[in-house]
Design a protein around this ligand. Structure first.
Ligand SMILES: Nc1ncnc2c1ncn2[C@@H]1O[C@H](COP(=O)(O)OP(=O)(O)OP(=O)(O)O)[C@@H](O)[C@H]1O
Ligand SMILES: CC(=O)N[C@H]1[C@@H]2OC[C@@H](O2)[C@@H](O)[C@@H]1O[C@H](C)C(=O)O
Length: 401
């Protein structure tokens, strides 16, 4: 009997907190390199299992360098250093799990993402940059590596994000089940899976995830609002909440992708209200309520209300945010929508948790790339066509020594 394909996925998201490594096993999926076509999706979700997971946190100096690059402060030499530094960190993160993998897929670290030209800033063309030199990972693991997934979709006219929905569809869709899978990372994004028909999948970024809360927590000397303590201790400042909810980006229909540079206290400030005048806990409570509302309000862009929302991402570990979200989903005009976890659905038993879902998704996207299959849903990104995103590095074999 042949062994099921095994792919190691590495994800380092916009929170810039570290690297999740997830080893995804794909029983029933075609072996790599056989030239098989994409199979019909049958059976129950999830169609795969995560057999191992490791989280490698960024050191404070690496996190500071990434955040500085995101703010656009890094020069070419700094970016070059950071690119290779991240390559080393990915190689370290992959080391404990790579031996068991047929392939390694790495998202890289997004430091800039401008999927549409912005002439006011002098940017005449779309551009995106994910750092982390894949050759370092290929050399360290000796495995084929897929990296840099977003440019192919952007080159085909798409916004290059979110990409995880293709994997959500392949791994988690079920006939007759209409569900939304929600990711609350630095940014929040949703995938509507109305069943197994890919043309019905809708997906887009809803706005901030944890990024505003992280910024507020940093003022208290913390990396994040750990377990929602700051938000739970404060009172929502209603005028600020209403003002933030009027942000034009929230009214823009999908396809849309956003970035943490949009959701900063600085950009949300108004001349007549200095946010620094609010107690930090009230600011955290307001940002928590705002984040929850932007997610619940985004459901109005979907063609049908989902039967449930399944939460993943680091925000699932913030109970204050989760309770605001439950309340906001309970007040959706089309009818209350229950919030569930991967554990509620039994998917955690197969290794899918709020920490592994994105790394496992990139493992699947890398697997699809290596098979030569399209791995995007162009109607969700606005691209002209489906592409097979990701750059494939093959191990050296044969030829002159
Ligand atoms: N116990 C916790 N309490 C509060 N917040 C938490 C907790 N654990 C994680 N978080 C938040 O989750 C964030 C990390 O989430 P995650 O790893 O899903 O984000 P990401 O993948 O970097 O982002 P994105 O999906 O936007 O690319 C942390 O930066 C923090 O803000
Ligand atoms: C450009 C970029 O890195 N975007 C991320 C970010 O983090 C969440 C949201 O914004 C999403 O659009 C995307 O990541 C996920 C993994 C995706 O592509 O599905």
């Amino acid at each position: 009997m042949t062994r099921a394909p095994r792919v190691l996925g590495l994800m380092s998201g916009t929170s810039a907190d570290g690297v999740d490594a997830a080893l995804l096993e794909l029983p029933g999926w075609p072996e790599l390199g056989t030239g098989a076509a994409f199979p019909a999706l049958t059976g129950r979700a999830p169609r795969g299992r995560v057999v191992a997971h490791e989280f490698t946190p960024y050191t404070p100096d690496l996190r500071a360098a990434v955040l500085s690059a995101m703010r656009g402060e890094a020069h070419a030499a700094d970016l070059t250093q950071l690119h290779w530094w991240l390559g080393e960190v990915y190689a370290q993160a992959a080391a404990p799990l790579a031996a068991d993998a047929d392939l390694v897929a790495t998202h890289g670290q997004t430091v800039q993402h401008h999927p549409r030209p912005d002439r006011a800033r002098g940017w005449a063309r779309p551009a995106t940059l994910q750092l982390g030199e894949a050759a370092v990972l290929a050399e360290a693991t000796g495995k084929p590596v897929v990296a840099d997934f977003r440019p192919a979709d952007i080159a085909a006219g798409g916004v290059g994000a979110p990409l995880v929905p293709f994997a959500d569809w392949a791994l988690f869709s079920e006939p007759g089940h209409s569900r939304v899978v929600l990711n609350v990372g630095g940014i929040a994004n949703i995938t509507l899976l109305p069943g197994t028909d890919p043309s019905g999948v809708q997906a887009f970024d809803t706005g901030p995830g944890n990024c505003l809360l992280d910024e507020i927590a940093a003022r208290a000397g913390q990396d994040c609002d750990l377990n929602g303590a700051l938000g739970a201790a404060g009172t929502v400042h209603a005028p600020t909440l209403e003002r933030w909810l009027a942000h034009p980006e929230l009214r823009t229909p999908p396809p849309k992708a956003t970035g943490r540079e949009v959701w900063t206290l600085d950009r949300l400030s108004a001349p007549d209200l200095r946010l620094t005048d609010l107690p930090l806990t009230d600011l955290a409570a307001t940002a928590t309520a705002f984040t929850a509302r932007t997610i619940a309000d985004a459901l109005r862009f979907l063609p049908l209300p989902p039967r449930e929302v399944v939460i993943a991402g680091g925000g699932a570990r913030n109970p204050t945010l989760v309770s605001h979200l439950r309340a906001a989903l309970g007040a959706v005009p089309a009818g209350p929508v229950p919030l569930r976890t991967f554990a509620d659905l039994g998917w955690a038993d197969q290794g899918f948790t709020d920490a592994t879902r994105e790394a496992a998704a990139f493992a699947f996207l890398g697997y699809a790339r290596a098979q030569g299959w399209p791995n995007t849903l162009p109607h969700t990104t606005g691209a002209r066509r489906a592409v097979s995103g990701g750059k494939l590095l093959l191990p050296t074999s044969g030829g002159p020594a």
